[in-house]
Design a binder for this molecule. Structure first.
Ligand SMILES: Nc1ncnc2c1ncn2[C@@H]1O[C@H](COP(=O)(O)OP(=O)(O)OP(=O)(O)O)[C@@H](O)[C@H]1O
Length: 611
């Protein structure tokens, strides 16, 4: 997927360079905004250093013309000149150091800031954005593409600007010395442009292929680690190593092609141009000398020109060598800009608060896409402190209803009120603090048990333990070798599914929510653990409003009321006893179906399943 995205981005780069340039410029300006003073200082240092460096050949020329050729051993003047040149050189080095440190600092701080900004922005994007987002791509936007800012600084400020200033300084000095010779040196510029063009044509495919192969290598490593149990169980280790080796080989070959283009086109060709130019300049001098002896003035100029020519060639080599990196940085920067341009989820400005946790849903209809309604005319009143179950076939809209209650999506028709306040009028922080979620797949951090329950909230040890006890998770946590301080490994790899689920419940309860939403929290756990969860939920009765989507009907058997969703409509509503008595009713059929399944699966636990 990432490869595809890179290829797409690259094609787009070729077709819309102006868009990429403006996006990169926008990102660079954004990154530089808080650093304007440092950037200006850095550029001032850059100008000063380039200016001082341009003085060297002039001093050389002055020495040759005034002392060396006339054989004038005016020692104090020569010593003064040497000292001056030495001081200017030393000062230029010091200024360069200051400039590099300053601009490198600006570049690094900018990447740091932009990376944080992109991460914060991604966390604030509305849930519908993630329906289409590809995780790997988003990760690389935040981690890799933000590096584009650094590359842009390095390329645009360090290399291009620096090279242009050196070039301009050398050209100005040459113009002053001999404008006709300067015009000959100018001929180098179109020649270099041609070489850059040829280099681009030759190396760009190799550069992009190398990138693609590198991301394939990354993808294979990630895939292998994620699928390690399957990989080892199916004895596929050697096959995977072989696949990796051939990818790695292709990467090496592609990299070699890239390096060959660099090796042939850049240094040797440009160095040859340098020699050619020198030959031309010397030739011109020779022709002039034919008309009469070389004057002292001309030898000085010749020296200065020879020095300046290398100063003109070197920046051009630098600009050429960095052009492919610059191109990739432009693509990266435009991706980051595009992500930053995504609208964040609106933050409720009202200050409504959740009270006791009564939920009132009225005439609610919703669809993810226009013309495809998923929920129709839902009317439901869930009193504070009650326990409501939601059941129904796959695709009947259960998770969608929960997503609306969580404000992940907003419904255009109908309303949801909590304690009489419309959902959208509740202040974000109190709303999130008051509504807890236990998702179907428990999400655990690679951190300790305590950190997983607290999730960054400032909770005391006692509060964490109380939440774990309420979720009936304290028992197994106490049995871990370091109790609440046991690290869990990525995704809670060290725990059983049931234990992860109990931790997820503990996390939700630790926030002392008024409303607790459970999305099929018991579908993957054994019936013993399910009973533990049921006991935990029963203990919340009267204190917390619980809405639980249940795959297993046994989870919601004791609920105050059960809503049966059918094709997005609340088809039946009542207690287990009431619903089971509806002849030919949906709930009755679900229940019978689960019983049949359980009878047909001897040895499995007897908990009936809904879907
Ligand atoms: N993010 C989404 N974008 C578009 N359509 C969606 C999205 N999520 C769900 N749907 C569609 O909405 C309908 C209801 O899905 P929902 O997940 O709410 O059902 P469910 O009852 O929770 O199913 P399950 O028991 O399988 O979890 C389905 O037709 C589904 O394809």
């Amino acid at each position: 997927m990432r490869t595809e995205a890179i290829a797409k981005a690259r094609t787009a780069a070729a077709t819309a360079p102006r868009r990429f340039l403006s996006a990169a410029a926008a990102l660079l300006l954004r990154a530089a905004a808080p650093e304007r003073r440092h950037v200006l200082h850095g550029i001032a240092w850059l100008l000063l250093a380039a200016g001082l460096e341009a003085l060297g050949p002039l001093a050389g020329k002055y020495f040759i013309d005034n002392y060396l050729l006339p054989r004038d051993a005016a020692l104090p003047q020569i010593a003064g000149l040497l000292l001056g040149a030495l001081l200017a050189g030393a000062l230029a080095s010091w200024v360069r150091y200051r400039q590099l440190v300053r601009l490198a600092g600006v570049a690094m701080r900018s990447v740091q800031r932009i990376r944080e900004e992109v991460y914060r922005h991604v966390l604030r994007l509305p849930m519908p954005f993630f329906d289409h987002a590809i995780t790997g791509q988003l990760v690389s936007r935040v981690t890799n593409d933000t590096e584009a800012v650094k590359t842009l600084y390095v390329q645009v400020l360090f290399v291009i600007l620096d090279s242009l200033i050196i070039l301009a300084g050398a050209m100005a000095a040459m113009l002053w010395l001999d404008w006709r010779l300067m015009l000959i040196v100018m001929a180098l510029v179109p020649a270099v442009a041609l070489i850059v063009f040829a280099y681009q044509r030759l190396s760009a495919p190799a550069v992009s292929r190398t990138r693609e192969l590198r991301s394939e290598l990354n993808a294979q490593v990630a895939e292998s680690i994620a699928g390690m149990p399957v990989l080892q169980a199916s004895n596929a280790t050697e096959r995977f190593v072989e696949r990796f080796r051939s990818l790695n080989m292709a990467h090496y070959r592609s990299r070699k092609r890239e390096l060959r283009a660099n090796a042939w086109l850049l240094r040797p060709v440009l160095d040859f141009l340098n020699v050619l130019l020198l030959a031309v300049v010397l030739g011109v001098f020779g022709l002039r000398a034919n008309g009469g002896a070389l004057s002292a003035m001309e030898v000085g100029i010749l020296y200065a020109f020879i020095s300046y020519i290398s100063r003109v060639v070197e920046p051009l080599i630098q600009i050429t060598m960095q052009s492919s990196q610059l191109q990739q940085a432009l693509v990266g920067a435009s991706r980051v800009q595009a992500l930053l341009a995504e609208a964040e989820a609106p933050v409720a400005t009202d200050q409504g608060r959740v009270g006791r946790g009564e939920i009132a849903i009225e005439q609610l209809s919703f669809g993810y896409q226009p013309g495809r309604t998923v929920l129709h005319d839902i009317d439901l009143r869930i009193p504070a402190g009650s326990f409501h179950g939601i059941v129904g076939h796959t695709g009947s809209g259960k998770t969608t209803l929960l997503s609306l209650l969580l404000r992940f999506y907003s419904a255009p028709v109908g309303s949801i009120r909590i304690d009489g306040v419309p959902l959208e009028a509740l202040a974000e922080d109190t709303f999130r603090a008051s509504v807890g979620l236990v998702p179907q797949e428990p999400f655990l951090l690679a951190a300790t048990v305590r950190e997983n329950i607290a999730m960054g909230r400032a909770l005391s040890d006692a509060q964490v333990e109380a939440a774990a006890r309420a979720a009936h998770a304290h028992g197994f946590i106490a049995g871990l070798e370091r109790g609440y301080d046991t690290p869990l490994g990525e995704g809670g790899a060290r725990l059983s599914v049931g234990q992860k689920q109990l931790l997820a419940i503990a996390r939700a309860l630790a926030g002392e929510p008024r409303i607790l939403l459970l999305d099929e929290a018991t579908s993957h756990i054994d019936s013993d653990t399910e009973q533990v969860v049921q006991r935990a939920l029963a203990a919340l009765r009267g204190k917390v409003t619980v809405v639980a989507i249940a795959h297993r009907l046994s989870t919601v058997r004791d609920a105050d009321r059960i809503v049966v969703l059918h094709h997005g409509r609340a088809a039946e509503l009542g207690t287990h006893a009431q619903l089971i008595d509806i002849p030919g009713g949906l709930y009755q059929r679900l229940y019978q179906l689960q019983q049949l399944e359980d009878e047909g699966a001897p040895g499995e636990d007897a908990a009936p399943q809904a879907t």
